[in-house]
Design a protein around this ligand. Structure first.
Ligand code: ZN
Length: 725
């Protein structure tokens, strides 16, 4: 058996299995990945051979478990080599890395399809599960890993009869083609649109907005000349439907007609009202694609023994049923409506100053911005100097130290890093006799640079894992990467964060703690692995609360020059702005989530007209402002038609409920109460995916999750204490 240490590691602590990034090359990773896939295939070949020779042989649970553990152990090499390659591709992309990444992707996807469809492997899991005495004697984490694996196998159609299996494969292949088509159409529709602007249409647009419009104009001119079209006037500014450009216009442009024109173009993309064509002169209309996707998902659900696709999606989530999710969403909508009405009144009062009688959808972002400027006089730029990154990191560490008793120690100069900006830390806590115990390690790669993917994320690169084989033992501690795109430091000033960026750092660190503080050693359910999708954002959203809390802010803020904490007036403005327009925003999210749920719970699956009428109905039920008839939002709803969010868009709000309710225990017992912190650590972070999220949550909270804290934090009920969390 080959061990994962075949990729060179550093001996800082052998259990951390740190990668020597100075030594790693794309060619080496390619060789490792290929080798790991080969070993996996050889193992499966052996299982397949045995199965073909004796298809009816009874598999005993003990040898079955041994096989599964061996196969997991082989998989570790692949996780590691692929993990390094895809990480480098995200943070340090160059030609070599990208080429190897592209080359390896199809191999990896073919291998995971083979694993997911492998009957002999599936029968081994079943043999363990079906022997109750054997199964009941296993540790809970192993039981959970086995149950989740069986569920994955079954959802991938492996348990079906041969003829149904080929139907299933056909459906899957059509679905992936259609999802890709949906994405292509919306992308092409977005790019096909360009609106040259006249000087007088630019009023109100900010400097950075104008810079974007200018860049768009250059692209527009270049594109026109490429396609051989000559332009009489070369426009200096062009509006497009790229989201930053679109928002720059919708938020700031004084020209109401311009906003309406752009809004209409945006919300009719890839619909029957969109006349653009792709480069092959094909229509970009997604109507048929959407109806076919829903029909195929319904068909697939029936094949797998479910009534509808919402059931399939929810079978892997914390929420019990579509009915439960629907009533959660409708309840939240009802409670948020008075706040949304107040938000609307606030916009109406502002509208009068701009001669707007009837607020239309193209006015809301514009008016909201005006109210915000007048009411809060708070600019993210002004508070940046109070949040120098080193101070924020120090404060964050002291917050998690108070809460969870852990200590982060920087060791950047002792390890090899993929870039000079990267920092490495070891995380310690104390054992029973007060000695420091190493828990894991994490890297911060927080500054924007070229070759790095945008946004912020936590990647659970290496899960906690232990292997006790016949001839070898192996163990590794959790290690993760936390990546951001903050402004780099200058020669004389550290990186300065906006409050939004502070929240991002706390959010990712919450994910990181979930990964690092696990006590589970079966990697499939260690840390964030195996955690239901609608619960995985709990620790991350949860930790953000300390960046909204005045004691927390005191720990993370110090003016870069004077060292002063954030002044009281700024702090109050920041806290007051937290719930600005949250009523209307909440209703908007609910509109999307409810629509997504209903079209996937309907049987038979709705056709295009049915899709549109469901959306109309949801808007009638939920929204406080009317939507124009021509709005075809659904035709661009990539999350559910092209992404993985089908019958799962509600997860955003669901996880918010969990994190608000979890935090409310700290509000009751003290936001820095170490015992409450320990309870959160023990019941949520340490167990990760080894128990259902519902069980973990109820163990922590001592009761079922309640919506009350979410309503209070959202400002949807009177907060008796008057304290903003
Ligand atoms: Zn997250």
């Amino acid at each position: 058996m080959q061990t994962p240490s075949s990729i060179s590691t550093l001996d800082i602590d052998p259990n951390l299995k740190l990668v020597d990034f100075d030594q790693v090359t794309p060619e080496q990773l390619k060789a490792q990945i290929t080798e790991a896939i080969d070993s996996g295939n050889q193992f499966l070949d052996k299982l397949d051979e045995q199965f073909e020779q004796q298809p009816d042989a009874v598999v005993q649970p003990q040898p079955a478990l041994t096989d599964i553990i061996e196969f997991d152990h082989i998989g570790l090499n692949l996780d590691r080599s692929w993990g390094i390659l895809s990480h480098l591709n995200s943070v340090m992309s160059n030609e070599d890395i990208r080429e190897v990444h592209h080359e390896m992707l199809p191999l990896l996807s073919a291998f995971s399809t083979r694993v997911g469809q492998n009957k002999p492997l599936y029968t081994r899991y079943q043999a363990i599960k079906n022997d109750h005495t054997f199964f009941d004697a296993l540790e809970p984490a192993r039981q959970r890993a086995i149950e989740l694996a069986i569920q994955s196998f079954e959802l991938s159609g492996v348990a079906l009869d041969a003829d149904k299996q080929s139907d299933y494969a056909e459906i899957q292949s059509q679905l992936s083609t259609l999802s890709a088509k949906f994405s292509d159409n919306i992308l092409d529709a977005t790019q096909a649109y360009a609106l040259p602007l006249k000087e007088e249409q630019l009023a109100g647009i900010t400097e950075s907005g104008l810079a974007m419009l200018k860049a768009a104009a250059e692209q527009y001119i270049a594109k026109q000349s490429e396609t051989g079209k000559s332009l009489e006037d070369k426009p200096e500014y062009v509006a497009t439907l790229d989201i930053p450009v679109y928002l720059a216009v919708m938020t700031h442009a004084d020209d109401r007609d311009l906003r309406e024109t752009l809004y209409k173009a945006y919300v009719t993309r890839a619909s029957e009202l969109d006349n653009h064509k792709n480069s092959k002169d094909e229509s970009l209309d997604n109507s048929k694609v959407m109806a076919e996707i829903l029909a195929l998902r319904a068909k697939k659900s029936k094949l797998l023994g479910f009534d509808n696709y919402a059931q399939v999606s929810l079978s892997r989530k914390m929420a019990d049923s579509a009915e439960q999710v629907e009533s959660f969403l409708r309840d939240l909508a009802e409670k948020a409506t008075p706040a949304a009405q107040r938000d609307l009144e606030q916009l109406k009062a502002e509208a009068a100053n701009y001669g707007i009688d009837n607020i239309e959808p193209w006015d809301t972002a514009y008016l909201a911005e005006k109210v915000k400027q007048a009411k809060f006089k708070l600019s993210q730029e002004e508070i940046r100097p109070y949040f120098p990154l080193p101070k924020v990191i120090d404060g964050l560490f002291s917050i998690v130290s108070k809460l969870f008793g852990v200590r982060a120690v920087e060791m950047s100069d002792k390890v090899s890093l993929w870039h000079d900006d990267v920092r490495f830390y070891q995380l310690f806590d104390k054992n029973e006799v007060g000695d420091e115990r190493l828990i894991g390690g994490f890297y911060f790669d927080l500054y924007a640079r070229s070759g790095k993917r945008g946004g912020a994320w936590m990647s659970g690169f290496q899960a906690r894992y232990e292997y006790l084989g016949a001839s070898e033992t192996y163990s590794q501690l959790p290690v993760c990467f936390m990546v951001g795109n903050f402004t780099p430091p200058t020669a004389d000033k550290p990186s300065l964060l906006t409050h939004d960026e502070v929240l991002t750092l706390f959010h990712e660190f919450g994910h990181g703690l979930h990964h690092l503080l696990t006590e589970v050693s079966i990697s499939d359910v260690a840390g964030v692995n195996g955690v239901e999708w609608d619960a995985v954002e709990l620790p991350s959203q949860f930790l953000e609360n300390w960046a909204w809390n005045s004691e927390g802010i005191a720990l993370i803020s110090a003016h870069v020059d004077s060292g002063e904490p954030l002044p009281k007036s700024q702090l109050e403005a920041l806290l007051a702005a937290k719930n600005f327009q949250s009523g209307m925003q909440t209703l908007r999210q609910i509109e999307f989530a409810l629509f997504d749920l209903l079209i996937h719970a309907a049987s038979p699956a709705p056709d295009y007209q049915g899709i549109l009428s469901t959306l109309d109905q949801v808007r009638d039920d939920v929204a406080v402002t009317p939507t124009p008839d021509y709005n075809r939002f659904a035709n661009g709803f990539s999350h559910i038609f092209a992404g993985g969010y089908a019958a799962g868009y509600y997860s955003y709000k669901w996880a918010e409920l969990l994190s608000a309710d979890a935090f409310s225990r700290f509000e009751e017992e003290g936001v820095f109460n170490a015992a409450t912190g320990q309870a959160f650590r023990d019941n949520i972070l340490a167990v990760g995916g080894s128990l259902p999220a519902k069980t973990n949550f109820e163990n922590f909270r001592g009761r079922e999750a309640s919506i009350d804290a979410l309503l209070r934090h959202g400002g949807f009920v009177d907060d008796k204490d008057g304290e903003v969390a």
